[in-house]
Design a protein around this ligand. Structure first.
Ligand code: OFO
Length: 177
């Protein structure tokens, strides 16, 4: 049986992860409009990843006999000032998500819910990666500044990103990969 406080926070986290997915998908559309297919690809792949983050919580709440509650997803922004602005917002957003995960970990400790605490460690590690990725690309964009060639090169590089379902929620054979 899933602890009630943890269940409530996990349901909120399902919504937060789906909002993350919406945010990245909206950013992908922005990059498509800017004719930056590599950045559009990178944010689109991130949209897919965020969806699996939500699904991992969804599966876990079900597995523990909890009640999944799906709530309205907030509308994400549509426009940004520049590619750098997008990644500044991503970095801020991922720091916020890290705080939400940490709060969930705190609740699992307070409620002595060891199984949830164990499951949440996956997200703790994932958030380190999410923040690092955002910071890395933000740094590249800061250095690129107004250089069109620099942006072209970075866009080309980011077009190589492919989706890997590390949660195994869509493809169980890729779990942990
Ligand atoms: Fe789900 O990690 Fe980003 O938001």
């Amino acid at each position: 049986m899933l602890n009630q406080k943890v269940e409530k926070l996990m349901n909120e986290q399902i919504n937060a992860e789906f909002y993350s997915a919406f945010l990245y998908l909206s950013m992908s559309a922005y990059f498509e409009r800017m004719n930056l297919p590599g950045l559009a690809n990178w944010t689109y792949v991130q949209y897919l990843e965020e969806t699996t983050h939500a699904l991992k919580f969804f599966k876990y709440v079900n597995e523990r006999g909890g009640n999944v509650r799906l709530a309205t997803i907030k509308e994400p922004p549509v426009e940004w000032k520049s590619p750098l602005h997008v990644f500044q917002e991503i970095y801020k957003h991922e720091q916020h998500v890290t705080a939400l995960i940490n709060n969930l970990v705190d609740a699992s400790i307070q409620e002595k819910d060891h199984a949830s605490n164990n499951m949440l460690q996956w997200y703790v590690a994932e958030q380190v990666e999410e923040e690092a990725n955002a910071q890395l690309i933000m740094g590249h964009l800061e250095r690129i500044g107004e250089s069109k060639d620099g942006l072209f090169m970075l866009d080309k590089e980011l077009s190589a990103r492919t989706f890997n379902d590390a949660t195994g929620t869509i493809n169980p054979t890729t779990a942990g990969a």
